[in-house]
Design a protein around this ligand. Structure first.
Ligand code: YK8
Length: 175
């Protein structure tokens, strides 16, 4: 795994959670910029183990001449029962891209931590590319390389947009 976005953003933990994990206008805008289309999502729902789950489906636009221009994707999100409203949130997001080469070999696991640090707060993302089948040599190199560059790009832009959002909040004197 790798660590991304170890940053303090100037907004409350609950605001950050609402921006990223509800149907917010922030999410809509971010998806528009990333050209993620046809999003659909189930509501958060408790499962037998006490965690909250939801499933998202969407189509991503891919910026890689080697691959088709679009792929459908499914993202399974789990909000851990260890989460505490306003204090600490842990969301595991497992992303499967269905229409890329070797799509049955791998998936991406992103773990989001939203932690309250006074009124400012900190957000961390760990990412990992996992293999669901034995995968070797060139194919593995290919998947690894292309995945990390896409993931990096995605989170770099997400951080940018979140910082913009935080500035806007401060400008109107919101906490
Ligand atoms: C989520 C990881 C890999 C995948 C892609 C696959 C190339 C396969 C290489 C072949 C296209 C929104 C990515 C980047 C698509 C986008 C995914 C996003 C950004 C040649 C073997 C989608 C977070 C996320 C996780 C994983 C990303 C994919 O919220 O390179």
């Amino acid at each position: 795994g790798r660590l991304y976005l170890n940053k303090v953003f100037h907004m409350s933990a609950s605001k950050m959670f609402a921006l990223l994990f509800t149907d917010s206008s922030f999410t809509q805008r971010f998806m528009e910029i990333r050209r993620i289309t046809d999003p659909s999502s189930t509501a958060w729902q408790k499962d037998d183990s006490g965690n909250d789950k939801r499933v998202m489906n969407y189509t991503i636009t891919i910026n890689n001449p080697l691959i088709g221009k679009f792929s459908t994707a499914t993202e399974n999100q789990t909000l851990s029962k260890e989460s505490r409203e306003g204090q600490y949130y842990q969301v595991d997001a497992v992303v499967h891209t269905h229409d890329v080469p070797y799509h049955d070999h791998f998936y991406t696991q992103n773990r989001y931590y939203i932690i309250r640090v006074s009124k400012r707060k900190c957000r961390l993302v760990y990412s990992d590319v996992k293999y669901s089948k034995p995968t070797f040599g060139l194919i593995k190199t290919f998947i690894t390389k292309n995945s990390w560059s896409g993931i990096e790009d995605y989170f770099r832009q997400l951080a940018e947009l979140l910082e913009e959002e935080a500035e806007m909040n401060q400008a109107v004197g919101e906490s």
